[in-house]
Design a protein around this ligand. Structure first.
Ligand SMILES: [Zn+2]
Length: 143
């Protein structure tokens, strides 16, 4: 019997991320960098893979990298991070577009991906404006 078959045995430190595929599509202009329509890479967790024999230039990769962890996570339906999929090449002379698609979901376990404990001491919110917070407290007390 699978360890996960019984509900009382389900690991509680699981979370899911989307697997992503980032594919080159043609924009309005010719492409001038070393990428061709259909070139792609995939991202699963922290691991980026390319098809055998295909390369991917570092400058568009650098432009894409900040967006990918957000695209891996569930986002609000109204969030632009959910709806927007096309990223332009950072070379202003290049017409390449990089289309980010969520191609699947993968389950990870917290304990497998970090040494940080799952339930550390809670971090308390520290206000940048403690004086105005005190005034807010006075108003609330007077209600
Ligand atoms: Zn380009």
């Amino acid at each position: 019997m699978s360890k996960r078959a019984r509900s009382d045995d389900t690991p509680t430190d699981e979370f899911t991320l989307y697997d992503l595929r980032v594919e080159v599509v043609q924009g309005d202009k010719d492409m001038v960098c070393n990428h061709q329509v259909g070139d792609y890479f995939e991202l699963s967790g922290e691991n980026l893979t390319l098809p055998p024999g295909q390369s991917f230039p570092i400058y568009p990769l650098a432009a894409l990298l900040p967006l990918l962890p957000a695209k891996q996570r569930k986002t609000h339906a109204n969030d632009w991070m959910t709806t927007d999929t096309d990223i332009a090449c950072p070379d202003p002379h290049c017409g390449a577009i990089f289309r980010i698609r969520r191609i699947g979901e993968r389950t990870f376990r917290h304990g497998d991906v970090t040494a940080v404990p799952l339930h550390p001491q809670p971090l308390h919110f520290q206000s940048l404006h403690p004086e105005s917070d005190a005034a807010d407290d006075d108003r609330e007390a007077g209600e």
